[in-house]
Every structure is written in structure tokens, then in C-alpha cells.
Design a protein. Structure first.
Length: 64
């Protein structure tokens, strides 16, 4: 597997974990951070990683 495909897979997993946290942990109380906000952050990071992986696998070979 090339690194672009790995980034897409890992970004997708991060995106799904973030979605699950955002959707299903609204009533869970934690002392430091709310899990719904953590889910939103993980979804954003996962989406960026998917975009980076797609860029790297499609057109990133010519960039030095």
C-alpha cells in the first residue's frame, strides 16, 4: 500500500470515530473536555487527512 492510500484509510477511520463521538456521547459528562466537541475536532482532522491522502495519491507524486 502506498502512503496516500494509508492516509485515506486512517483519515476515514478518524472521521468515523469522530462521528460516533459527536452523535452518541451528548449526555456523557467528562471533567476536561466534552466528547461531542472532541468528535467534531476528530471529524475535521479525519476529513483533512482524507483530502491529503487523495491529493498525495492522485497528484502528489510530481510535487517535491
Amino acid at each position: 500500500m502506498n502512503s496516500g492510500f494509508k492516509a485515506v484509510i486512517m483519515g476515514g477511520i478518524t472521521l468515523v470515530i469522530g462521528f460516533v463521538l459527536w452523535r452518541f456521547t451528548g449526555d456523557v459528562e467528562t471533567p476536561v473536555v466534552t466528547l461531542t466537541k472532541l468528535g467534531i475536532v476528530l471529524m475535521a482532522l479525519g476529513g483533512l487527512e482524507v483530502l491529503y491522502g487523495l491529493f498525495k495519491s492522485v497528484g502528489g507524486k510530481s510535487v517535491t
